[in-house]
Design a protein around this ligand. Structure first.
Ligand SMILES: N[C@@H](CCC(=O)N[C@@H](CS)C(=O)NCC(=O)O)C(=O)O
Length: 206
């Protein structure tokens, strides 16, 4: 098994923290997105979409989505569960991972990638040429407002996103909150439930 990653980027961070909390060490290759290494033949022969993280299994199967990588490793290493302890919690964590990706991470990416020279013609991750559409910055901000509000409401009187212990949903949301800073966005100062959840999760994870 070999993990290809770029540790500082948000999706790779979801895996990095997952592995840390599970106490798992797997062989890892860093592929520097900033230097464009994910477009090199060596890496595209493994993941033609040129995205990270990517997990190559010993039988040659390649997993290219963070949720798939976490679920696979959770089954392989069931100790210190990060998907809850019941089928219902398991399903909720998967649901939240999807929601956090589409409603949290994507709006931030929309703000970030539709401006600046670095993402010129790379408004979407990977090898697809995609022009920037500046109007999407504003829409990303509106979507992000809605995300913060939904999380504030969900975390009022809840200690964790799912159930009564840390799960991958908390890890993903923590990563999304940090990624917001890349787009110069932050949790609104009056969202006290979300902010106190964030501080507590930070003290558990870091
Ligand atoms: N569906 C993938 C998305 C992975 C993704 O978008 N990764 C970003 C880094 S956070 C990437 O590979 N970016 C490459 C680029 O910007 O060209 C997942 O769930 O992990």
């Amino acid at each position: 098994m070999q993990l290809y990653t770029f540790s500082v980027a948000p999706n790779p961070q979801r895996i990095k923290i997952f592995l840390k909390m599970k106490g798992i060490d797997i062989p890892t290759t860093e592929v520097d997105i900033r230097a464009g290494e994910h477009f090199n033949d060596e890496f595209t022969s493994i993941n033609p979409a040129s995205t990270l993280p990517t997990l190559q299994l010993d039988n040659g199967t390649v997993l290219t989505d963070s949720v798939a990588i976490c679920v696979y490793l959770e089954h392989l290493y069931p100790g210190k569960p990060l998907f809850g302890t019941t089928p219902s919690e398991y399903a909720q964590v998967i649901g939240w991972m999807h929601k956090l990706y589409t409603e949290g991470l994507m709006p931030i990416a929309e703000i970030l990638r539709n401006q600046g020279d670095f993402f010129k013609n790379r408004a979407m991750p990977g090898k697809i040429d995609m022009p920037q559409i500046p109007a999407l910055i504003e829409r990303g901000k509106l979507r992000l407002d809605g995300f913060w509000q939904a999380m504030e409401e969900h975390l009022t009187e809840r200690e964790f996103i799912v159930g009564k212990q840390l799960t991958q949903a908390d890890i993903d949301c923590f990563v999304v909150c940090g990624f917001a800073g890349w787009a110069k966005e932050t949790i609104p100062a009056d969202y006290s439930s979300l902010l106190s959840w964030y501080n507590k999760i930070e003290s558990i994870l870091l």
